[in-house]
Design a protein around this ligand. Structure first.
Ligand code: ZN
Length: 272
């Protein structure tokens, strides 16, 4: 599943190829995504892209005159620039033809993705985006913010940091890895953690996301002119998906438990 680093990598990969570029044609092959692809999308033909932003795992593609597009990659989506000579694939659902001779293809086999056109509305005020918490890599996500979110909470800390209203974009993998780095057991009640431990957690969340985005930088070309499957990168993982494997730090077997329908992994020795 594309996580925040893959979405940010997509943004960085496509932006230089879209800025100032005109959309010359719109082809919708399948409207049935998580929500139907906006009917007004046909109207953006002749418009130009001015910027590509990211909010949580949403990409916001701003147009010169016709508002903006909101794209979410869902469970299996990708948004890539492609050479028109490369044959379309079965799950290429929305194709924008561009004045630079390329196509922007939205590919999504499981169709949990989103492709909306907002002709006038501010995308940040759209109902999907308006209630989201702070970006994990922004100054708004800091120790006072996390402290307030954890105060008096009996919920496990992992559940709290995966809550989009507390902080966006911390998926299962990054929550597990950040908690390992911070030495915090995922099952501990959020309200029981001290300020210094929460401070370490804020830093760990930033670190794992930063490192993953930096790694993504090396695979940027995969998002441009490629006809293969999206090349999502896998960080060197310490606990995630390593049940019963020895901890990379202390050799203790990694434990696993299902919490809130998600598999959670931790080292019983390194994480207290
Ligand atoms: Zn360990």
């Amino acid at each position: 599943m594309p996580e925040l680093p893959e979405v940010e990598t997509t943004r960085r990969g496509i932006t230089p190829h879209l800025s100032g570029v005109e959309i010359t044609d719109v082809i919708v092959r399948n409207r049935r995504l998580r929500y139907p692809v906006s009917k007004t999308l046909d109207q953006i033909s002749g418009d130009r892209f001015v910027d590509v932003r990211r909010r949580a795992k949403y990409l916001i593609l701003d147009l010169e005159t016709a508002g903006s597009l909101i794209v979410h990659l869902g469970m299996s989506g990708s948004l890539r620039l492609s050479d028109p000579a490369i044959e379309l694939k079965k799950h290429d659902h929305v194709i924008l033809e561009l004045s630079n001779g390329k196509q922007l293809r939205f590919h999504d086999p499981r169709r949990f993705g989103i492709y909306l056109h907002l002709p006038v509305e501010n995308p940040l005020e759209h109902r999907l985006l308006s209630k989201l918490g702070p970006e994990p890599l922004s100054d708004d996500f800091d120790l006072p913010h996390l402290k307030l979110a954890c105060r008096g909470r009996k919920a496990p800390i992992k559940q709290v940091i995966m809550d989009n209203k507390v902080v966006v974009g911390v998926g299962n993998i990054y929550a597990s890895e950040a908690l390992f780095r911070a030495g915090i057991r995922p099952t501990i009640a959020a309200g029981r953690l001290s300020g210094p431990r929460l401070g370490r957690l804020v830093e760990s969340i930033r670190e794992v996301l930063h490192e993953s985005i930096e790694q993504g930088g090396t695979t940027l070309r995969d998002f441009v002119n490629s006809d293969g499957e999206p090349g999502y990168f896998s960080q060197r993982l310490f606990v995630y998906d390593r049940f019963a494997d020895p901890c990379r730090v202390c050799q203790t077997p990694i434990r696993q438990k299902v919490m809130g329908q998600r598999s959670t992994y931790w080292c019983p020795n390194c994480q207290k």
